[in-house]
Design a protein around this ligand. Sequence first.
Ligand SMILES: CC(C)(COP(=O)(O)OP(=O)(O)OC[C@H]1O[C@@H](n2cnc3c(N)ncnc32)[C@H](O)[C@@H]1OP(=O)(O)O)[C@@H](O)C(=O)NCCC(=O)NCCS
Length: 151
Amino acid sequence: MTEPLTITVRPMREGDLDAVQAIDKAMVGPQRAATYANPVVAYGGEIEDSVVAEVRGQVVGFVLGRLAETQYGKRDAAWVELVGVHQDFQGQGVGRVLMKGFISECRRRGVRSIHIMVNWGDDRMKVFVSALGFNRGELVEYGLDLEEYQE
Ligand SMILES: CC(C)(COP(=O)(O)OP(=O)(O)OC[C@H]1O[C@@H](n2cnc3c(N)ncnc32)[C@H](O)[C@@H]1OP(=O)(O)O)[C@@H](O)C(=O)NCCC(=O)NCCS
């Protein structure tokens, strides 16, 4: 049996962005290699509202988050713009510890609700967020394809 990992969650720093980008590139796969320069700019999110997970000093996962205002002047809703765990470390509890760390940090900062968009075809993400206590909300994405759209 493999030893359980010792996982540490800490706030994200500017110097973590290369590791975040490498994890994301591995997730999307070589066919769709992400070509952006900065994951925070590409996906939205704020470094100061985000966390990373470390195992033996290596960044192995991240939650790219963003706090938003729901009431005037109160940033009391959090959005998870992107969550990712390094492929070699998936299925070993990193994602759970990471999200719990993010949730605790949000609560400490007075956040009242946390939201995440999940692709309806992504069963793994759906099971993952449900396992963490998230319920399906009321928002549904509407899109307009301008390649098809006739003005
Ligand atoms: C989804 C993801 C974040 C989960 O992280 P992880 O470290 O692998 O997950 P954990 O080992 O902490 O598992 C937590 C829970 O998620 C669920 N889960 C994890 N892997 C799963 C799998 N392969 N199939 C189904 N459920 C799974 C389980 O409910 C699990 O709970 P359990 O440990 O009590 O069984 C990770 O697999 C990942 O980065 N996937 C790609 C993410 C992605 O596509 N992001 C873009 C959209 S934001």
